[in-house]
Design a protein around this ligand. Sequence first.
Ligand SMILES: Cc1cc2nc3c(=O)[nH]c(=O)nc-3n(C[C@H](O)[C@H](O)[C@H](O)COP(=O)(O)O)c2cc1C
Length: 191
Amino acid sequence: MNTREALLTRRSIRRYQSTPIPEEDLREILEAGLYAPSAINLQHWYFVAVQDPAAMEEVRGIMGGVVEKFTPVLEQRFARNPEQIGITNRFLSTLGGAPVCVLVFLLKPDYPDRDGAMQSVSAAIENVLLAAWDKGIGSCWLSAPQRMGFGPVLQARFAPDKGEFVAAITLGYPDQQGKLPPRREGRYTIV
Ligand SMILES: Cc1cc2nc3c(=O)[nH]c(=O)nc-3n(C[C@H](O)[C@H](O)[C@H](O)COP(=O)(O)O)c2cc1C
């Protein structure tokens, strides 16, 4: 797959086959994250790829708490598409059956250029999504656990000395066709 094709065809996947991801592929995907640009090259990221079934069960258990707190947010956001609420909640609590969930951390969260550090971690996340898709592996970027205040629980359990939890990424072979949400018009100018 060439770069442009990967960029244009990657979609958030919320239902996965249970087929495991070969460890070599998983390593290559995480390595691609490490090659992202970063503010003054500080490489402020850390990834914990959870694949052990018992550990995945723990992550799903934590996501159950996220669902409870997230539902009112979804009700407001999807007032006109209520079916989206159930889809998102089911996905969160089951992680769509994904065999892997990557937890992403911001190292040194007290670094003065916090925005730059966060942008760097975001770039690394996007690299992971695209590198996965290049191998036919679907993904979904999740900020809901952080937004709903579950970062400290994930930090304490999975990476107590790796800074602040930022996001989770589900990974697995898709069990659904991703649907392209319509692109909004007028989002760039060339001057
Ligand atoms: C920062 C960020 C946070 C996101 N958080 C969630 C989330 O918590 N749950 C979820 O189901 N999708 C989440 N997504 C996925 C978006 O819903 C998705 O990217 C968007 O609807 C566009 O669809 P596409 O990825 O298929 O292009 C997130 C995406 C980004 C970039």
